[in-house]
Design a protein. Sequence first.
Length: 500
Amino acid sequence: MFMKRRFAYAGHAMAMVLQKKYGVKDFCGYTSLRSSLNFLQSQKDIHYSELALDEDVHKLYRKEKLDPEYLKFLEKEYGIPNLWPYIEIDRIIRHGQFLREYPHDAPFYSHEDMLRILQARARFLIDFVERQKPDFILFAVITGMSSLLLYHIAKKKNIKTFFIQTSRIGTKQTLTEDYNKLSYVEKTSNNMREGASGFQTKHLAEAKNFLNNFREKPAPHSIIDTVKFKPVDRRRQFEFLKPRNLIRSSSWALKVALDYIKDQNKDDHTTVKPWHYILDRVKRKTRVLVGFDDLYDEADFKENFAFFPLHLEPEMSISLFAPFYTDQLWLAKQIARSLPAGFKLYVKEHPAMFGYRPRSFYRELKKIPCVRLIRPSQESFPLIKNAKLVITMNSTAGWEAILFKKPVIAFGNVFYNALPMVKKCVAIEDLPHMVKEQLEKFHYDENALIRLIAAIFQESADADLVQIWDIEGGSNMEKKEREVVQLVDLLASKLGLKTV
C-alpha cells in the first residue's frame, strides 16, 4: 500500500476490509508522513510486515556517493526513457514547492544532490520490493519521485499495479493498471463495441440517464474546486479578518510555530518552516488586495471563441499526465497562434488558483491580441456551451465539453482521449491543423460516448475519497471502512479474490 499523506488512513481502512472480508493477511506499506507512520505502527488491527517512511529514505542520500555506473543501470532498467522524469515530477526536490507556496520555483538541491537522492531511493525501493515480494501495489496518487519509481519498478518486475482514479462522474472511483489511461474502462468499452458478452445492459441505461440529466441540468462531479466552494473574490479572501476567523487564523499560525519548535524531526525534507508559511500567505493576500479586476474581460457569447481553462498548479494532472506542457503561459500563446482569424481565446483561471499567480502572469496573457481573460468567478458551463472548441491539457472541462457534444483537443493523457472525436496533440506544430479539423470536420459519436460512460459505471465504485480524507487522522476507522468497502470490492474483483 503506497500511503501518501492523507491516504494513509483510507489505505489502512482498505487493508482492514481486505482482511475482514477477503482474508488477506499480509501487508506492507510505504508512507510519507511521520504522523501516518506513528498511526500505522500503533494500531493493532493490521500487521504490516514492513513500513517504510519516505522521510527516512530521503535522508539516505546524505551518505550516498554519486555512482555513474549505477545511474546507467537505472536508466537502462527503469528509464522512461531516461531518469529525469523521476526528478521533474517531485515538486519538493525539483522546484522547492510545498515547502514554499506556488509560484515559488527554486530547488533547494543541486543537480548532483538530485541524482544522489534518486540513487538512494532507487536502491532502497528495489531492495524493498525484492524483500517483500508484493502481489500488487496500490497507489492513490503518483506525485513524487518515490511513487513514480515504485510504479515502474513494479512494472519491470511484473508486479500488478492498481492506481485509483476519479471517473469524473460524481464520487465514482475506478482502478487502472496504467496511470496514462483507465485500462479496465477502455477494455470494457472496446468489448462493448466488438459485441463481447458480459457487458451489463443496466449500465447502458445508467449511461444514457446520466447523459440526459447532465445536459438538462449540468452539475460538477465535485464541488471542491468550483466557484461556489472557493473564495474567488477579494471579499471572501479577506473574511479571515472577521474577529472570529481572525482568532482562528491566529491560533492556527501559533500552533504551526509551536509544533515546529517542539518537532524533534524538523530536519525532515517536507517540514515547512513557519516563517515561510506566514510569508507566503502574506504575499498571496497582498496579491488579492491589489486585485486583478482591471485585467478581466467580459464574455461575449456572440463571438467565435475557443476556451482554454487554466489548470491547478502544482498538481498531478500536469506533472504526471502532461509533463511537457507545464508552462501554461507558453501553451496559451501556441493555442492563440493556432486559431482562425477572428477567433478569440477565452482563458479562465482555475478557482483554486485565485491569488496564487502574480499579476505579471496575467499581464503576459493579455499581451496576446486575441486573448480574453475571464474572471474566475464565471461559471464554466456557459463558456463550454458557447465555445466553438475546448482546448485543455486533461481537465474536467474537456470531459464536460464532450458531454455537451463539443470538439475537444487535449495535450495530456486522460481517459476521454479514447473517444474517436477527441484529438490529442503530441506535437505542437500539429496544433493549427488539429484546430482546423476539429472546427470544420468534427464528427460527434454519441454511441462511443455512451459506451465509455457505461464502462465507467461498470468499472467503478462509489467512494468519496475527499470526504474520507476529511475524517480526521485515524479517528472513526469504522466510518472509513464503510466508505471504502465498494472500492475494496472492485479491487478484490480484479485480484480474483472471494469473500471469506
